[in-house]
Ligand binder design. Structure first.
Ligand SMILES: *Cc1c(COP(=O)(O)O)cnc(C)c1O
Length: 429
């Protein structure tokens, strides 16, 4: 740190302000978390200097002995964590992992099904402003209005009608377990591939607290920085590798026997160049942490906290999409509270509580306004907050939303939030 303070005081000051923000506010964005100091040490280390295009043992550059060791460890640990036969740890982000998987399994113009963005899907599941929606003919499926869960009658009907080459399951704001087995039945009924995007619940999957997609899905993608609590990045996995069903040719190696080789060559050289070796090594550190028994207790506590929070909101007459949660995510429909998602996000921000506005299923408002907010417990659980703190947080959120024009109340909540945060330091030094 002293290097930065002397060499670049401007950026040092900015970093200090961000550290203070993270320490002194309540982070309830469901996709965020706080990595360990060990993960950050690796992510901030000298491996950022190394070019290592290719894969361990098969690089286009010399000097790769030690980054090879790091990537091999990352791959071995990840395989163990999820029971996967194949993994790729190089995608720079979850979106890159999805791009490589889609470009391997389907061709431009092919029909693909994914969860509607307004119903909990993700940008890379067919949004018209994303490569996915531009390259492929995406058809969305939705959740049912009554249950807030995926409407499988309609998923079957759409699948029969549009005959997708691939179906994506999983999303960014789906509070319930992803129904891998049911999706497999739909995919089999129309001969489609099944891809699981477990970017959100992967930490819960790794510890067995969420069903595993490994035996149901042909390919699985995830981020590493959400519930998995690693550095920012992506991964691709297969429960079982299988023979290249398309007779596809890989850009560099020519004829290819297995899908694993196609996925590897789609990540590099297909869509990426040099891998971020410091991040891959930091992923290895995080996977090592996730293999420890403490990580299972942590993920169990994430779910306990989310369910306690959901109960608290229900008691205060908040409408939760699907009526609650199985995971770390709660999606609150604010339409009975006379406040938009956008205004709730701003108001809670003034009270030191960070959430994001979110569309709710069948939302009548635009994505810039929305009728809901998404909250999640991974980050506050990492800080060690539990049942007692959850009760306070629910109370403060409700108080802020009920007093959105009362700056004094918002200020008082913010000072209570700051005091609570002082007792749960993240990076104490
Ligand atoms: C977060 C997320 C991603 C993308 O992750 P980035 O690292 O932000 O690109 C992909 N899919 C789902 C379902 C996500 O929630």
């Amino acid at each position: 740190m002293s290097y930065l303070s002397q060499g670049d005081p401007d950026l040092y000051a900015i970093l200090g302000r961000e550290i203070h923000r993270e320490e002194s506010t309540l982070e309830l964005i469901a996709s965020e978390n706080f990595t360990s100091q060990a993960v950050m040490e690796m992510a901030g280390g000298v491996m950022t200097n190394k070019y290592a295009e290719g894969y361990p043992g098969k690089r286009y550059y010399g000097g790769c002995d030690f980054v090879d060791e790091a990537e091999d460890l990352a791959r071995d640990r990840l395989k163990e964590l999820f029971g996967a036969e194949y993994v790729n740890v190089q995608p720079h982000s979850g979106s890159q992992a999805n791009m490589a998987a889609l470009m391997t399994f389907v061709n431009p113009g092919d029909t693909v099904m994914g969860l509607d963005l307004a119903h909990g899907g993700h940008l890379t599941h067919g949004s018209p402003v994303n490569f996915s929606g531009q390259l492929y003919n995406f058809v969305s499926y939705q959740v049912s209005q009554n249950t807030g869960r995926v409407d499988f009658d309609s998923v079957y009907k759409i699948a029969k009608e549009v005959k997708p080459k691939l179906i994506i399951c999983g999303g960014s704001a789906y509070p319930r377990f992803i129904e891998f087995e049911q999706f497999r039945e739909v995919a089999d009924s129309v001969g489609a591939f099944l891809m699981a995007d477990i970017a959100h619940p992967s930490g819960l999957v790794a510890t067995g607290l969420h069903p595993s997609p490994m035996k149901y899905c042909d390919v699985i993608t995830s981020t590493t920085h959400k519930t998995l609590r690693g550095p920012r990045g992506g991964i691709i996995m297969m429960g079982k590798d299988f023979e290249n069903p398309w007779g596809k040719i890989a850009p560099k190696s020519g004829r290819v026997k297995n899908v694993s080789e196609l996925l590897d060559s789609m990540v590099m050289p297909g869509i990426q160049g040099g891998p971020l070796m410091h991040i891959i090594a930091a992923k290895a550190v995080a996977f090592g942490e996730a293999l420890m028994p403490e990580f299972k207790s942590y993920t169990q506590e994430i779910i306990n906290n989310a369910q306690a929070m959901a109960d608290g909101f229900l008691k205060l007459d908040y409408k939760l999409v699907s009526g609650g949660t199985d995971t770390h995510v709660i999606l609150i429909d604010l339409s009975n509270k006379n406040i938009t998602g956008k205004l709730a996000e701003n108001t809670l921000g003034k009270a030191g509580i960070t959430v994001n506005k979110n569309m709710v299923p069948f939302d009548k408002r635009s994505p810039f306004v929305t009728s809901g907010i998404r909250v999640g417990t991974p980050a506050i659980t990492t800080r060690g907050m539990g049942h007692v703190e959850i009760q306070k947080i629910v109370h403060w959120i409700d108080e802020a939303i009920s007093n959105l024009n009362n700056e004094d109340v918002l200020k008082r909540i913010k000072s209570n939030v700051n005091n609570l945060c002082l007792n749960f330091p993240i990076y104490s030094h």
